[in-house]
Design a protein around this ligand. Structure first.
Ligand SMILES: Cc1ncc(COP(=O)(O)O)c(C=O)c1O
Length: 480
């Protein structure tokens, strides 16, 4: 039986031997009080040194699987796993409505999946080939050696202090008055939004958002059972008359907006519109949740300040920041900038959920950011994405018959077909190896059936053209 062990190079040999013997004991092949071969014998059988077996036996003894009796040898312990009749449940019957709803809303499970060889316009994640790995590795090593072992212990729910200080300064540089405000570090926008919604709403509350809007935000609001009121978008942002009309008619718990390179339309809310939206919320005393998504990607025109910067020392705007679509989404680091006392409450919610966002990740990100790497990276990323955007926008105009194409930069464009169902187009395109995101998932009211989003950040320039040709041909055929 010992001869059956295949030793490989993936793990230290003594650990492979230890695990193999453990498995034999757990499976009951080696039973209580059975004497194991001597270390010399087993070394010969497995063709390894005696010391390797001594080490393996020591670990088995430490873990309580064997007893070593001096002068007599190693004996299997009584590990007391006594298999009983199976205990089976029908989990399908136990799953609650919340879990079922979450699964239904899970587009990753429910939408067409990418298969090898396909051109996918589904993603709006950054192109990781733009990440500066050398600088990242340096940041990792520097921070680890500076912080030492404490960085691997528990940290603080609010976040890693140097990163918080950095982000406060970062927000100040965007024109925000941070006096009386604080930052809470979260696992990306997604957790930040969920925490804010948990803190200020109850089931059934009415909220306002753009229609269409970020599908994950819709999912979170639906899971909180909020009454979602979508306000349609004009070319310069949310329709202000509709917003004001709603705000004056009913009570709303908050207004959520994505003012820069809005997902999915790519619209950048104009400075004038930002002021109008801010004033509408201020006059009605309705909190404004501003999603700072992708505002760093601005590569033409002058700087457009976030809405929170209009509010001076005021506290009515909650800003949710995330570098996810620009830098390292896998690190899952975002932040909430808001009123100090509100942040203190949100911090308690964060602590109750997952104690804190990984301190190691926060520390490395801080080290990477503080050395000016982010600015250098942004310069490169903006140039690359601008080129891709220009190619994509022009190609879509030329190749895809449609009513309208929206997008002012960023990582995606949004297509409105004449009167064709985008899911039918997707179905046909998929057969030809091209996929994209149907627009209806972004709508609050089941509309947008003739729309779709094309993310181009991770598609090569050649494939953008190739893929759009396929989409254009399908649409042309359907239009007849
Ligand atoms: C509008 C919007 N906000 C924020 C995010 C980033 O979310 P996260 O930081 O959780 O990755 C996204 C990602 O797609 C988005 O579309």
């Amino acid at each position: 039986m010992f001869r059956d062990l295949n030793i490989n190079n993936d793990r230290p040999v003594y650990l492979q031997i230890k695990d193999y013997i453990k498995e034999l004991i757990i499976k009951g092949i080696l039973q209580k009080d059975v004497k194991l071969p001597s270390t010399r014998e087993l070394g010969e059988i497995l063709n390894v040194s005696r010391n390797t077996i001594i080490l393996a036996y020591e670990y088995l003894e430490d873990e309580g699987f064997i007893r070593i009796v001096k002068g007599r040898g190693a004996f299997v312990s009584d590990i007391k796993i006594k298999p009983q009749d199976n205990f089976n449940l029908s989990w399908d019957e136990k799953i609650n409505d919340y879990a079922r709803f979450a699964e239904r809303l899970d587009i990753i499970k429910n939408e067409i999946k990418w298969e090898k060889g396909m051109i996918s316009f589904k993603s709006i994640s950054p192109d990781s080939s733009l990440f500066d790995m050398d600088e990242f590795k340096k940041a990792f090593l520097n921070r680890i050696s500076m912080e030492g072992d404490k960085i691997l212990n528990y940290g603080y729910a609010q976040g890693y202090k140097p990163l918080i200080e950095y982000l406060l300064k970062y927000m100040e540089n965007k024109g925000v008055d941070v006096e009386g405000k604080e930052i809470l570090i979260t696992n990306g926008f997604t957790e930040g939004f969920d925490i804010v919604v948990s803190a200020i709403t109850n089931k059934g509350d009415k909220i306002i958002c753009e229609n269409p809007t970020h599908n994950t935000a819709i999912k979170i609001m639906k899971l909180h059972e909020l009454d979602i009121h979508g306000v349609e978008m004009d070319d310069d942002g949310m329709n202000i008359n509709k917003l004001e009309e709603k705000l004056y008619k009913e009570e709303f718990k908050f207004v959520y907006i994505v003012p820069s390179y809005h997902n999915p339309t790519g619209i950048v809310t104009s400075p004038e519109k930002r002021i109008e939206i801010f004033n509408a919320c201020r006059q009605r005393g309705v909190p404004l949740i501003e999603d700072g998504f992708n505002e760093e990607l601005r590569y033409s025109g002058s700087h457009i300040a976030p809405i929170i910067s209009l509010n001076g020392k005021g506290n009515g705007v909650i800003y949710l920041g995330s570098f996810s679509k620009i830098l390292f989404p896998g690190m899952r680091i975002g932040w909430i900038l808001a009123d100090k006392d509100l942040i203190s409450v949100l911090e308690s919610i964060k602590r109750s959920r997952n104690i804190h966002t990984s301190f190691l990740d926060q520390a490395i990100l801080y080290e990477y950011l503080k050395g000016g790497n982010f600015e250098k990276y942004l310069k490169r990323a903006r140039k690359e994405y601008r080129e891709k955007f220009e190619i994509a926008y022009k190609a879509a105009k030329e190749l895809i018959p449609c009513r309208d194409i929206k997008g002012e930069g960023g990582l995606h464009i949004f297509v409105e077909l004449r009167d064709i169902n985008a899911r039918d187009v997707l179905f046909e395109c998929c057969k030809n190896g091209v996929i994209f995101t149907p627009g209806d998932i972004f709508y609050t009211d089941g509309k947008g059936k003739n729309t779709f989003r094309l993310g181009f950040s991770r598609v090569s320039k050649d494939e953008i053209i190739k893929g759009f040709k396929v989409i254009g041909d399908v649409v042309r055929k359907m239009e007849g």
